[in-house]
Ligand binder design. Structure first.
Ligand code: AMP
Length: 457
């Protein structure tokens, strides 16, 4: 398995630290609003990547942090007259529901920042003791000049970094590039009392405290979108490597490209967002997932309806092949060279998660099976079905039934009732049905007026 490592800017052979076990950390969302399709692209990519690694026989522990306290959460809570913790919990639940819409469920553990305050404070204490952090008027800062590799991940020299952060100069910082480890708050705001002052964590230290506690001082893979390389990931490296004295924090850094709309990054600050839940409702979660995975993960992806439409057509081809194979009841003697297609797909994706080429090969496979369809033997038919399910264990784009007619009809009946409730605008009950079915392993797909479902594998 080859991985493009942002740190070395090279394709490198994946070598886990511990046999076939991999520890992966990916920066999760700040839960103050619904996630948009840009976030969705990043999270779907890492979901498929982790599932693919599992398919290839690695045992993956996939950790994601949840930023459940920061300025944005506090401001939004004030605007809406809620407690920050209540707001964060609400949008974390919404995040999980949205992830289920695009079948992203590979995370092993969600770590909430506020559950790690002790570990964060412990890192602040050690950094102060080492003399690389200092207490200023509005918080505790990390002195970046003490870390000689600062800028290495983003390929910048310290003077370039200073140029980029100049506008962030706070009166109380020693150097413009220094970043907050701890932000002082007054007693009316959410905060924790420590001897350096009452406050709450800065951004980068949240992740290093979580990963040090759960994955250790050095682990295998750290991921996120390219927008996080600087300053977030540089900051993490500076903190963790200073604390550990190790040459590396994560051995491989994987960054996925931005999703843009009309040549601008999709971001809340740009006001050009499309919420993932609205897009999943309009285009279908499966189609959206295939759209995200159909472009090279490191390149920018432009969101436009025609590309989503193309993904939808491709998915229709794959889905209808699956449905036809399931229903086939007369057989010939024909065979398909499934191992050859498997080999082509695995070779493609083994090279830095090239799902795009893998999907093209799957479409070739669909064409081939369709051409030979009438003549296929029963065994060949089973082998093809098995292969589609195998690939779907990481692509997660197919809708499939249980194979038991009675069971399928029960689910259809429940969904009909859900539709009636939705027409009566009884959304609380209809959402309850969705979440109960999801707990039972049935994922519902709303695509416009059409509702379909699939069983989680
Ligand atoms: P945030 O909640 O903004 O910290 O973002 C959560 C994740 O979504 C991070 O990994 C970001 O890199 C990623 N992200 C944010 N905006 C975009 C975008 N427009 N396209 C792709 N990924 C994004």
């Amino acid at each position: 398995m080859l991985i493009f490592n942002t740190l070395t800017r090279r394709l490198e052979e994946l070598k886990p630290r511990d046999g076939r076990r991999l520890k992966i950390f990916v920066c999760g969302p700040t839960v103050y609003d619904y996630i948009h399709i840009g976030n969705g692209r990043t999270f779907v990519f890492f979901d498929a990547a982790v599932k693919y690694l599992r398919y290839r026989g690695y045992s993956v522990f996939y950790l994601q942090n949840i930023t459940d306290l920061d300025d944005k959460i506090i401001n939004r809570a004030k605007e809406t007259g809620t407690e920050p913790s209540v707001l964060a919990r609400r949008f974390f639940e919404a995040y999980l529901t949205d992830m289920a819409r695009v079948h992203a469920d590979a995370v092993s553990y969600y770590a909430f920042a506020t559950d790690f305050i002790r570990e964060i404070a412990n890192q602040v204490r050690r950094l102060l003791r080492m003399g690389v952090a200092y207490v200023a008027k509005d918080g505790v800062y990390f002195d970046v000049s003490t870390f000689k590799d600062y800028g290495k991940l983003s390929g910048q020299k310290l003077d370039q970094v200073m140029h980029m952060v100049r506008h962030e100069m706070s009166a109380s910082k020693r150097n413009p590039e220094d970043f907050a480890l701890w932000k002082f708050t007054d007693k009316h705001e959410e905060g924790w009392n420590y001897k350096w002052g009452r406050g709450r964590p800065g951004w980068h230290i949240e992740d290093t405290a979580i990963t040090e506690e759960m994955l250790g001082k050095t682990y295998d893979i750290h991921g996120g979108g390219t927008d996080l390389i600087f300053p977030h990931h540089e900051g993490e490296i500076a903190i963790m490597r200073t604390l550990s004295g190790n040459k590396k924090m994560a051995r491989y850094w994987i960054h996925s490209g931005m999703l843009n709309i009309s040549n601008k990054k999709m971001a809340k600050s740009e006001g050009n967002m499309i919420n993932l839940r609205d897009a999943a409702q309009k285009y279908g979660g499966n189609n959206l997932r295939l759209f995200f995975l159909s472009a090279g993960y490191r390149s920018e992806l432009i969101f436009d309806e025609s590309t989503v439409h193309e993904a939808t057509q491709n998915l229709n081809k794959i889905q209808s092949l699956y449905d036809r194979l399931m229903q086939k009841d007369s057989f010939g003697l024909g065979r398909i060279d499934v191992p050859e297609y498997r080999n082509r797909i695995v070779t493609a994706i083994d090279k830095d998660f090239d799902f795009r080429s893998g999907i093209m090969t799957l479409l070739d496979f669909a064409n081939r099976v369709n051409t030979e369809f009438n003549d296929l033997s029963e065994d060949a038919c089973k082998e093809c079905l098995h292969f589609l399910l195998e690939v779907d264990s990481f692509l997660c784009i197919l809708n499939f039934s249980s194979g038991h007619d009675q069971y399928d009809r029960i689910i259809d009946a429940i969904l009909e009732i859900r539709e009636m409730l939705r027409k009566r605008k009884e959304f609380e009950l209809s959402d309850k049905i969705r979440s109960m079915l999801s707990e039972a392993g049935v994922e519902i797909e709303d695509a416009g007026a059409k509702v379909t479902w699939r069983l989680r594998q």
